[in-house]
Design a protein around this ligand. Structure first.
Ligand code: NDP
Length: 460
């Protein structure tokens, strides 16, 4: 007789949970997965995937403008929001189904309902009763954080609702300056919505390289997003004609929708983690070691609920490493250094490694290579849009420690550049790579002249 009903109980069927559950089940373990909402988690249901589809939909307006410069006449181009939402929802349902099938094919069982730990080995799933498990994996992800104390916050929405607006608004105010705020501001602007992005700081995308931050802000402005910095909401008031956002400093702005993208929080509410002795940090994230093990010896956690690097591929790798360690006897810890990411703004950002500021802090002296140029395609069409590419090189070792790109296809380029930065190639090795012509990416391997940041003189 087995001591427990299951070898592994996974709470949360998002990217991290599903990867871990599938691999564990394929090792022969008896696995149960509980999911409160739809299988697929944030990425598939209300994050990366529907967001990218919205980016694609939104980008056409700019493409149509560029096409005119190439001799095209485009009459009566119209966008049907409801039609797009229907198709988007069909695709999300299809992908969620793929996740369910993948779990089933691996031999894992799936149950729908909110799960709550009763003790370190017992999980109660709403409507299904308790089940016991030898090991438990918390993979419940995160959820939007809303400033609940703000007067009128009940009129605001989060990214969750932005995927399901019944009508495309004419005007939107988006609060925040991180990935989600910037991406959605560009999406709505591209769809013809008058868009204000309102951020409390002096510049958007804190933590990114400063040249990138400034460049993206300028390019977003060029495309029509109204970026308002150094202010934040004091209140939202509903009037006969819309929602009035009142900001610090006395400004105000009327819109049809006010969206908050001011951060996300680990989703631990109601999980009963305290009863099992699972420690949380001051932000509510599950504290784990390098093998994703929590303070309770039989409980692990992966993905956004641990608030390490909140990206889908990271959650997947953490889930995979967990399964390798615990079910395949291959102790594996995911290396959180030098993880590339992209902001799907318009134009997009691709980034890997250290910003110039962080590299100066870490290495002292750095060499900077930077170029700003008009891409052939849009320059031909008479547009003023500019690309920015920047390499950050540790002066002593000549290793490329940071690569940052703003411009078309930068998300695709950075995936390749990340291989080189991750293995630590030097600038001479980087330069030995022959260009592919004519491309934007060739600019990356033909950067020869050091860039002297204004004000730094020879101290660089
Ligand atoms: P971020 O943490 O990236 O950004 C939050 C933003 O909200 C910051 O600009 C922050 O300002 C601002 N903010 C925080 N608190 C307040 C407040 N009280 N009032 C006003 N502004 C506030 O969160 P996001 O929600 O944009 O994204 C969450 C995470 O999801 C990201 O960090 C990323 O890991 C992931 N993600 C990744 C994507 C991708 O890979 N393309 C896409 C979307 C999300 P300040 O800078 O001053 O702190």
């Amino acid at each position: 007789m087995a001591k427990y009903d299951y070898d592994l109980f996974v709470i949360g069927a998002g990217s991290g949970g599903v990867r871990a559950a599938r691999l564990a089940a394929m090792s022969g373990a008896k696995v149960l997965v509980a999911e409160e909402h739809r299988v697929g988690g944030t990425c598939v249901i209300r994050g990366c995937v529907p967001k990218k589809l919205m980016v694609y939909a939104s980008e056409f307006s700019h493409s149509f403008e560029t096409a005119k410069g190439f001799g095209w006449t485009i009459d009566n181009a119209r966008f049907d929001w409801s039609e797009f939402l229907r198709e988007k929802d069909k695709e999300i349902a299809r992908l969620s189904g793929v996740y369910v099938r993948n779990l089933e094919n691996a031999g894992a069982e799936l149950v729908h309902g909110k799960a709550r730990l009763v003790d370190a080995h017992t999980v109660e799933v709403e409507g299904h009763g308790p089940a016991t498990a030898d090991k438990i994996l918390i993979a419940t992800g995160g959820r939007p954080w809303m400033p609940q104390e703000l007067p009128g916050i009940e009129h605001g929405i989060s990214s969750n609702e932005a995927f399901h607006l019944t009508e495309l608004p004419k005007r939107i105010v988006i609060a925040g300056g991180g990935y989600i705020a910037v991406e959605f501001a560009c999406i709505f602007n591209g769809l013809g919505v008058e868009t204000h992005l309102v951020h409390r700081g002096p510049n958007i995308l804190r933590g990114f390289d400063d040249d990138i931050r400034t460049h993206v802000t300028e390019e977003m402005g060029r495309r029509g997003v109204k970026v308002i910095l150094a202010t934040q909401h004091e209140a939202i008031e509903k009037t006969a004609t819309g929602l009035v956002s009142r900001f610090t400093g006395g400004h105000h702005c009327e819109s049809d929708v006010v969206m908050f993208a001011v951060g996300r929080e680990p989703y631990v509410e109601g999980l009963g983690l305290e009863t099992a002795g699972v420690k949380l940090d001051e932000r509510g994230a599950v504290v784990v070691d390098e093998y994703s093990r929590s303070s309770a010896p039989n409980i692990w956690a992966v993905g956004d609920v641990t608030n390490r690097i909140n990206l889908t591929p990271v959650a997947i790798r953490e889930g995979h490493a967990f399964a390798d360690t615990v079910f395949y006897d291959r102790p594996t810890s995911f290396d959180h250094e030098t993880v590339a990411s992209a902001v799907f703004s318009q134009p997009p950002v691709g980034t890997v490694g250290l910003s110039e500021a962080d590299a100066r802090h870490k290495y002292g002296k750095v060499d900077i290579y930077l170029t700003r140029f008009r891409p052939m395609k849009t320059a031909f069409a008479g547009e003023d849009e500019r690309c920015l590419m920047k390499l950050v090189v540790d002066q002593a070792s000549q290793k490329v420690v940071g690569c940052h790109i703003v411009g078309p296809d930068s998300a695709e380029m950075i995936q390749m550049a990340a291989i080189a930065v991750k293995i630590g190639v030097t600038k001479p090795q980087w330069d030995a790579t022959c260009a592919v012509h004519p491309t934007l990416a060739e600019e990356l391997v033909t950067l020869r002249e050091k860039y002297m940041p204004p004000g730094l003189g020879h101290a660089a």
